[in-house]
Design a protein around this ligand. Structure first.
Ligand code: NAD
Ligand code: UDP
Length: 339
């Protein structure tokens, strides 16, 4: 059992990962500036797990805060979620994205090095592949993101790769997530978009509950099974468990590795709408509209490296992820703001 610093632990994926870390017996320290989350999420994580999280409120770019954190608690490894993540916003505000995601990670790594903490799991993204040449996507596919958000992920991967060469004891796993959706089965924690959701799944749950009138389906002329975009939707609890497995890898190996976390299955927008309706009984009115700029037709993972190296695979079904996301949406129509 280890003590893990989770940056961005109050966020969507971080909160689910903290639950699984606590369940696996790890001690959890959370650092979050709450720029896109609520302290209520940390409270609920503790309630689900029946264990305490040690919370530091602050920013990964604050070196003196990091130094005092590492001085106050002996940390064995870091799981680094803290980042800005909206693709469109990253095009409009690239400097804010490079500052937070890249410069922030450099500050974190410098503080880790000073405190002799040499293991890190990093939240990367399938967006680093840009528009893939072939499917399913393997980790040796070219890295060529086409927006500043994706660039920040590719840059941090490169920094970690170089860091692991320079520091003999260093170990880093970059997990390239495909499309995490759904919520904890308790319905107590879940995705809580601050604004109009950009992503398909939270938009569907908001239409189903009546917060939005209808879903716009971005194009039905893609070269896919039914003309709508295809993605690899992964249950957030499966994703969280992938982080626990990545920590096990860090404890027995060193160097840098990038690993896809996905199910290996593609689902189209219309397939997702129908799966959601049949899993929940709710209706999702939708209209076909023009393609969204910057979209790609299809993207799904070859998840065999995760199986081989981490002994991880996604086990939760599309039905599970629809039902859990709906449970969270119904119980928390305004997200954490209802409290
Ligand atoms: P999120 O916004 O819910 O969580 C990120 C958390 O980091 C938030 O709690 C936010 O307050 C915090 N944070 C941001 N900047 C910070 C800073 N400078 N200092 C301290 N805390 C800070 O996002 P999420 O969906 O949970 O994503 C977590 C990570 O996974 C991110 O790095 C994201 O880029 C990556 N990722 C997410 C997805 C996805 O679809 N959700 C897909 C691929 C990769
Ligand atoms: N999508 C859609 N309507 C929406 C949001 C998304 O049709 O309101 C489509 C989008 O074009 C893509 C798929 O749903 O084909 C997944 O989009 P999302 O933004 O969730 O993930 P990403 O494109 O970043 O993988």
């Amino acid at each position: 059992m280890a003590r893990i610093l989770v940056t961005g632990g109050a966020g969507y994926i971080g909160s689910h990962t903290m639950v699984e870390l606590l369940a696996a017996g790890h001690d959890v320290v959370c650092l979050d500036n709450f720029s896109n989350s609520s302290p209520e999420a940390v409270k609920r994580v503790q309630e689900i797990a029946g264990r305490e999280v040690r919370l530091f409120t602050g920013d990964i770019r604050d070196r003196s805060l990091l130094d005092s954190l590492f001085h106050a608690v002996k940390v064995d490894a870091v799981i680094h979620f803290a980042a800005l993540k909206a693709v469109g916003e990253s095009v409009a505000k690239p400097l804010a994205y490079y500052e937070n995601n890249v410069a922030g990670t450099l500050t974190l790594l410098e503080a880790m090095r000073a405190a002799h903490v040499m293991r890190i799991v990093f939240s990367s993204s399938a967006t680093v592949y840009g528009n893939p040449d072939k499917l399913p996507i393997t980790e040796d596919a070219p890295v060529r993101p086409f927006n500043p958000y994706g660039q920040t992920k590719a840059m941090v991967e490169q920094i970690l790769r170089d860091w692991c060469v320079a520091e003999p004891g260093a170990a880093a796993v970059a997990l390239r997530y495909f499309n995490p959706v759904g919520a904890h089965p308790s319905g107590r924690i879940g995705e809580d978009p601050a604004d109009i959701p950009n992503n398909l799944f939270p938009f569907i749950t908001q239409v189903a509950i009546g917060k939005r009138e209808r879903l716009s389906v971005f194009g039905n002329d893609w070269p896919t099974v039914d003309g709508t975009g295809v993605r690899d939707y992964l249950h957030v609890v499966d994703l969280a468990l992938g982080h626990v497995k990545a920590l096990d890898w860090l404890a027995r190996d060193h160097g840098f590795v990038a690993i896809n976390l996905g199910t290996g299955q593609g689902t189209s927008v219309l397939e997702m709408v129908h799966a959601f309706e049949s899993a929940t009984g709710a209706k999702v009115p939708h209209t076909i509209v023009a393609r969204r700029p910057g979209d790609i037709a299809a993207c799904w993972a070859d998840a065999s490296l995760a199986h081989r190296l981490l002994h991880w695979q996604a086990t939760r079904s599309l039905e599970d992820l629809c039902a859990s996301g709906w449970r969270w949406q119904q119980a928390n129509p305004e997200g954490y703001r209802t409290v």
